[in-house]
Design a protein around this ligand. Structure first.
Ligand code: HEM
Length: 460
């Protein structure tokens, strides 16, 4: 039977529920779901969007890839955010993502991961000693991964500028407001300067860039000879590759350090795995092959748990023609050409019917339970219980690399450093990020660190 999805009116013209969404999307969508059921339509920024909140319906949205597309909206958003002029290219965003996804295939990530590992260790060797040093954990880890992962991917001479990280943070913080359409020239001059700088830096290949970037430039040259127009696309990539990763790098270490059992068991797992490695890096530490970093199931499971707690993606699709969706409830949802449907997987990730004590970091929740069909909802196994990287056509192409970055970071720190949190309260997160990906903490965690004596001696 065809259903009439309730349209929930808002008293704010055009923006509709957009303001409430930007203030606290968790609260808004959970409230609407409780009041109106699994499907409802709201107006946000001039667009009518139907939310499907039953996770058994996510697949329905992803499977209709021909008629329900995300690329038109992504092009609109990336055009607005980064100044990309898509009409200058003989291709669409989707084709570019497919190409990038192939370059970042899991099995191909050995050289990029090793390079990130070396960059990370080099920076840690410069900034640490065998004496205790104090710092702020978010800033320390986010900047470390920003530079190490960024240089491994994009090449040399970008990260020599020490102010780049704070400029990036400023741009990233303003992004939700930039997307809301406030006049750029009036409010966002500093962000625009940052973007211009990044576009200039990234419109040409860099010395020692990754094979991934070699392939990306070759592809871009095949669809446009205008290198200047390629700059903003790579500035967009720069943001996509860094914004979520640096935040989640912090949570990877923080959640494990905060839980005594997780910390003990995972450190033990790291030591055991590394003891089997005989190859050394040029810095004299164990080489981290894909085989080694994939041999740590406890670390892997803890990473899924922190992704569950602190990410909120929002895959959104536009109907390119009239379409009918058969929902799990047996109802039919009729969508007209130009209408939008979205999912908000965080409602699933934080659902107490699916996860016991969903607000808590239970470090071994996913041990032996990664992937589909391990958790139930309304009596049936769930195909999609965790979607930190979105899904379907717009699934994040950097998902494998970012996971490798978290693993390398945790392995190096837990193997070679003493780390102590000087505060353990869970920081609140910036609610304006709900729907964008990683949930940035709103306060810092003081900590202290030093290189472990045994490791220092082994290096000499
Ligand atoms: C924890 C780290 C990361 C998270 C949580 C994350 C999450 C996401 C999400 C939710 C999307 C949007 C999916 C959608 O529109 O439905 C996305 C898109 C994207 N991500 Fe990631 N991402 C991460 C790391 C990375 C990295 C390391 C790279 C690059 C090396 C990357 C490159 C991209 C690109 C290029 C897109 C755009 C795809 C498109 O619009 O077609 N991401 N990511």
């Amino acid at each position: 039977m065809s259903i009439d999805v309730p349209f929930i009116k808002s008293w704010v013209p055009y923006l509709g529920h957009g303001i409430a969404f930007g203030t606290d999307a968790d609260k808004l969508l959970l409230g609407l779901q409780q009041q109106h059921g699994d499907e409802f339509t709201i107006l946000m920024g001039g667009k009518k969007i139907t939310f499907l909140t039953n996770p058994h319906d996510y697949d329905t949205l992803f499977k209709q890839a021909k008629t329900l597309r995300g690329d038109a909206l992504s092009e609109e958003v990336s055009g607005k955010a980064f100044g990309i002029q898509w009409h200058l290219f003989d291709t669409r965003l989707h084709e570019m993502t497919v190409q990038f996804d192939k370059s970042l295939r899991r099995s191909k990530l050995g050289p990029l991961t090793s390079s990130m590992h070396l960059q990370l260790e080099k920076r840690l060797q410069q900034s640490s000693s065998d004496e205790w040093q104090q710092g702020e954990l978010f800033h320390f880890l986010a900047k470390l991964v920003f530079e190490a992962g960024g240089e491994a991917l994009l090449g040399e001479s970008i990260f020599d500028d020490d102010s780049l990280f704070s400029e990036f943070q400023h741009f990233d913080k303003q992004l939700p407001m930039i997307l809301s359409g406030l006049p750029r020239w009036l409010f966002f001059r500093r962000s625009d300067q940052f973007l211009k700088k990044m576009s200039q830096k990234l419109c040409q290949p860099k010395p020692n860039q990754s094979g991934v970037m070699d392939e990306r430039f070759a592809f871009m040259d095949s669809v446009s000879s205008d290198r200047e127009a390629q700059g903003p696309i790579n500035a967009g990539l720069f943001w996509a590759a860094q914004a979520n990763t640096v935040v989640m790098a912090f949570y990877s270490v923080f959640f494990i350090l905060r839980d005594d059992e997780a910390r003990r068991r995972i450190t033990q797992e790291v030591h055991e795995s590394l003891s089997k490695v005989s190859e050394k890096t040029s810095l004299g530490t164990p080489e981290l092959s894909l085989k080694t970093i994939d041999s740590m199931p406890l670390l892997d499971a803890a990473l899924d748990e922190m992704l569950r707690l602190r990410t909120a993606s929002m895959p959104i699709r536009m109907a390119t023609e009239n379409v009918e969706l058969s929902l799990k409830s047996g109802k039919i949802l009729s969508m007209k050409k130009g209408e939008y449907a979205a999912i908000f997987p965080r409602l699933t990730q934080m659902n107490s019917e699916i996860y016991e004590q969903p607000e808590h970091f239970i470090w071994d929740r996913f041990v032996g339970k990664q992937g589909p069909n391990h958790f139930n909802f309304r009596g049936e196994p769930l195909k999609y219980n965790l979607l930190p990287f979105g899904g379907g056509l717009s699934l994040c192409p950097g998902r494998h690399f970012s996971r490798n970055e978290f693993k390398v970071l945790c392995i190096v720190l837990f193997n070679a450093f003493d780390l102590e949190l000087l505060e353990t309260d869970l920081p609140d997160f910036d609610k304006s990020r709900l729907g964008l990906g990683a949930l940035t903490p709103t306060s810092e965690i003081p900590f202290r660190y030093r290189r472990r004596q045994a490791v220092l001696q082994a290096d000499k």
